[in-house]
Design a protein. Structure first.
Length: 337
């Protein structure tokens, strides 16, 4: 029995250690799914500790408790990952896009992202959330032409008059992506990143300060709506898409919103962050925001993200239930320095 318990504990440790693979090495089934379940490994570890304690295998019981605590407290996620990939605890203001204009007050915007589940999300529910939370930028994934028409009928043009959609392609995973904003665009593109997934539409716009558009040429923010492939549709393409979004952080202050089909435990996602992005939920809450599936209060996993770069800070992040979607919507209040 001691050998069996020790083997089970060793397997759990190896499972947990998958998060330390090199980026891209997890692009083989079933690794993405095993890594996504790492936050729940404290459950079998705790059960193993109880069994070991009952049988008097105290060293194994203590080791299993330590593993359960590491997983439950997400150590070393908060210490190693924050230090290595986020770098936002004490930002270097010399790297921000707005520091040449200290005389201007900070601008604040609210963004929202939602995977619409093959276009089945309720348009009226989406618009209720947009109005209730005073959303400035809306990013939607898995759109269909019918849902876009339903949003028009629900009055989205009255609230968010500017939009940019990706092209509707048969190779898209569940539908195409889109962006709506109340900010007047200075540039827009149907595809801003060549990744093996749906188009990544982008809108570049300047936030308002004291009710007026910022006039500094470097104050414009790029907003992008992204949906990387599901691992089941191509594991290597899934990893390449996640990492490939990193080039957007090199262009300007950027906000990437969407269902990225990954979480902080995935090495490819941490490589994306290392390219220059910060996760809004980690910045504002110091913990990941879980958003799937919407119909379960627990357990849920981390798939949807608001990523920020440059002189952008996250002040608040929350999730909302939208009828018809299997994802929770993610809403983030951002401050533009």
């Amino acid at each position: 029995m001691t050998i069996a318990l020790g083997t089970a504990l060793a397997l759990l440790v190896l499972w947990w250690a998958l998060r330390f693979l090199p980026a891209g090495a997890e692009g083989r089934l079933p690794l993405p799914y095993l890594i996504a379940l790492i936050p729940f490994l404290w459950i079998p570890a705790l059960l193993l500790a109880i069994v070991a304690a009952v049988l008097g295998c105290w060293p194994l019981a203590v080791a299993a408790v330590v593993l359960a605590m590491i997983v439950a407290l997400r150590v070393p996620l908060h210490r190693l990952s924050l230090r290595e990939t986020y770098r936002e605890t004490h930002p270097d203001t010399s790297d921000t896009t707005a520091r040449g204009h200290d005389e201007q007050p900070d601008a604040r915007i609210t963004v929202m992202t939602l995977n619409c589940r093959f276009g089945r999300a309720d348009a009226d529910a989406i618009m209720d959330a947009v109005r209730t939370h005073d959303v400035d930028v809306l990013a939607l994934q898995e759109l269909t032409a019918d849902l876009v028409g339903a949003l028009d009928s629900a009055g989205i043009r009255d609230v968010l008059p500017h939009r940019q959609l990706g092209e509707d392609r048969p190779t898209d995973n569940g539908g195409f992506n889109g962006l709506w904003t109340r900010l007047a665009p200075v540039a827009a593109a149907s595809s801003s990143a060549q990744i093996p997934a749906a188009d990544v539409p982008m809108i570049v716009a300047s936030p308002t300060r004291n009710g007026q558009p910022a006039d500094a040429p470097d104050s414009a923010i790029a907003f992008a709506s992204a949906h990387t492939k599901s691992p089941m549709r191509g594991c290597r393409a899934w990893s390449q898409g996640i990492v490939g979004l990193g080039r957007l952080a090199l262009q300007r202050a950027t906000v990437v919103l969407g269902d990225l089909n990954c979480g902080i435990d995935h090495p490819s996602f941490r490589k994306l962050l290392a390219a220059g992005f910060r996760d809004a939920s980690m910045s504002a809450l110091r913990k990941p925001m879980v958003s799937f599936p919407s119909w379960l209060a627990w357990p849920r996993i981390e798939l949807d993200h608001v990523l920020i770069s440059g002189g952008i800070d996250a002040e608040r992040v929350e999730t909302l239930t939208i009828h018809g979607s299997d994802h929770l919507a993610t809403v983030a209040a951002l401050r533009i320095r």
